[in-house]
Design a binder for this molecule. Structure first.
Ligand code: G4P
Length: 536
């Protein structure tokens, strides 16, 4: 074993170097804000995908995620989330997809447990929208650094100062613009870099399939070219300075302030600046804290945590795939790891990197990377795998469900299969399973963040567990944690029902809707109810 002057082995030095060049992040946004377009624009700057059209075709809307399951193909949407690797300027950017639209589910939230930074993508005309707010809640709970990108600046939108004000007022995140737009939304001329004062004039290229033409001008020349628009931008920049809205590394890393960039993903305006911000400001993977609160340094032997399970991705095999975020060490295909919960060995002969629609075999991975382990029947969301010294990472929290159904076996004779299937899907974190004495074990309540999860359950119960089920929706949309004292009172109220979550024995009260909840809170102030993470 070769050791350098600091006492680190050659492998430790290599792992530290590889970790330092990685940035692992996700985009949080509301549907239509331009996530696919931005992903495409980011990829355009990289060697990973040479033409923008390869990621996001107009008519044939296949995103960076692929249509693995038949069900997905039927519906023309994508349930799985994948990681996109972008090589940029000697850095490796791992962009993890956060499924949106109808496929918004617990997986969308869980992806955020596997990244070190989030890009909050806003539509300049719409500002903060519901799905963005929910995802931001999860980032806030993790104190995650967030970079804000205000998109669609090429078309009419809101005043930049008004958008900053909304961010600060509604979510308490202090915006610190890195660049500032010259020209109003809809008449976008270019961006001033607030630190260097240089002006990048943007010239639109048709279709957005090529990089925008960017011309760098000094301030005097910019004033001559842009006239009033320049003067207005300068006044606004002075105002920002007076307000002290300057980038601050410490509060950014604590998730309290957010560097803001303006641009238009469709025309690739400002996308280069965003890439520079990700590389320059977003943190590289660092030591992850285990369940005993002890950090596991990135250079130590391999460890990683499963943040997502995917079943039946390969039509020809009924396999299960586990997506693992590497936390420490060097991963090599073929390694035999230890599955922390059971202590059993886990062979990694068939490991894949997930890249767009392709699944290619990978041989090595480093902290910040995502690997996909096939034949992962034994693994569940949150599980730790390691090599060398034992480590167990804290579980990934469960999130506030908003959709509820009652599940029943179609064939009562298959009750054993039914129970086994439901228990398995619960353990995997596909849905949360709730029960009560009133409802009985034969008719558990399934709870999910997104309704599509119930289709996944139906499909798997039939195909994998050979116990087709019927599901009937329940008229609840809010869940709160409660305790044994408040439960009996809550259970007796109209529009509310108390159940126990099987995975952790928590008592949850389900309520018809937010307004009903407000009425209960007003009429019964002594009852204990606590919001669950996100969406609550
Ligand atoms: P999503 O993944 O967040 O749902 O959004 P997506 O990228 O699909 O973008 C939603 C719509 O917004 C698309 O238009 C896209 O072209 C447009 N868009 C994204 N970024 C910009 C931008 O910077 N400027 C402008 N003007 N438009 C932008 P669409 O008509 O719905 O789809 P398409 O036919 O263009 O694919």
């Amino acid at each position: 074993m070769s050791v350098d002057t600091t006492g680190a082995t050659k492998q430790e030095t290599e792992v530290a170097h590889e970790a330092a060049r990685r940035r692992t992040f996700a985009v949080i946004s509301h549907p239509d804000a331009g996530k696919s377009t931005l992903t495409e624009a980011l990829a355009l700057h990289s060697a990973a995908i040479s033409s923008a059209g390869a990621v996001h075709g107009k008519g044939d809307r296949r995103g960076v995620t692929s249509d693995w399951m038949e069900m997905e193909q039927d519906r023309g949407i994508s349930i799985t989330s994948a990681a996109l690797r972008i090589d940029y300027d000697d850095r490796v950017l791992n962009l993890l997809d956060t499924p949106g639209h109808a496929d918004f589910s617990e997986d969308t939230y869980r992806v955020l447990s596997a990244v070190d930074c989030a890009i909050m993508l806003l539509d300049s005309a719409k500002g903060l929208e519901p799905q963005t707010l929910k995802l931001f809640d999860v980032c806030r709970a993790r104190k995650m650094p967030v970079i804000t990108f205000v998109n669609k600046w090429d078309r009419p939108g809101r005043e930049p100062l008004e958008l900053l004000d909304e961010i600060e007022q509604r979510i308490g995140l202090r915006p610190t613009p890195l660049n500032w737009p010259v020209g109003i939304a809809g008449d976008f001329r270019g961006l001033v870099d607030r630190r260097s004062g240089t002006y990048t004039k943007m010239t639109r290229t048709p279709g957005g399939a090529r990089k925008a033409i960017e011309e760098v001008l000094d301030p005097d020349r910019a004033a001559e070219v842009e006239l009033d628009a320049w003067t207005q931008a300068q006044e606004e920049i002075e105002l920002l300075e007076a307000l002290g809205a300057d980038f601050d590394a410490e509060s950014f890393m604590a998730g309290e302030s957010s560097p803001v960039l303006f641009g238009a993903a469709l025309s690739n305006f400002g996308v280069g600046q965003l890439l520079e911000a990700i590389v320059g400001l977003a943190p590289a993977p660092s030591a992850k804290v285990d369940e005993k609160d002890e950090p596991r340094a990135v250079e130590t032997p391999f460890s990683g945590q499963v943040f997502k399970m995917q079943a039946n991705m390969d039509k020809n095999h009924r396999d299960r795939m586990a997506f693992v975020r590497v936390s420490s060490g060097r991963f090599e295909r073929g390694m035999v790891l230890t599955h922390a919960v059971t202590g059993r060995p886990f062979a990694t002969k068939y490991t894949q990197a997930v890249f767009g629609a392709d699944r290619s075999t990978i041989d090595t991975a480093f902290p910040g990377d995502v690997i996909a382990l096939v034949n992962a029947q034994a693994l569940s969301v949150g599980d730790t795998l390691y090599d060398g010294p034992k480590v167990i990472y804290p579980p990934i929290p469960s999130f506030a469900p908003e959709h509820f159904v009652v599940a029943r076996a179609k064939d009562a004779g298959k009750y054993k299969q039914f129970q086994r299937g439901i228990a398995q899907l619960d353990a995997e974190g596909v849905v949360q399973v709730l029960t009560s004495d009133v409802r009985g074990e034969q008719a558990p309540v399934l709870a999910a963040v997104g309704p599509l999860q119930f289709d996944v359950v139906k499909h798997r119960m039939e195909q994998e567990f050979r116990s087709p089920i019927d599901v009937s929706p329940l008229d609840y949309s809010v869940a709160r944690r409660t305790d044994a004292e408040s439960a009996p009172v809550l259970h007796g109220l109209s529009g509310a029902e108390v159940l126990r979550r099987r995975s952790d024995d928590e008592l949850l009260v389900l309520v018809h809707n937010k307004w009903r909840l407000k009425v209960i809170e007003r009429d019964h102030p002594s009852l204990w109810m606590e919001a669950l993470l996100a969406g609550g």
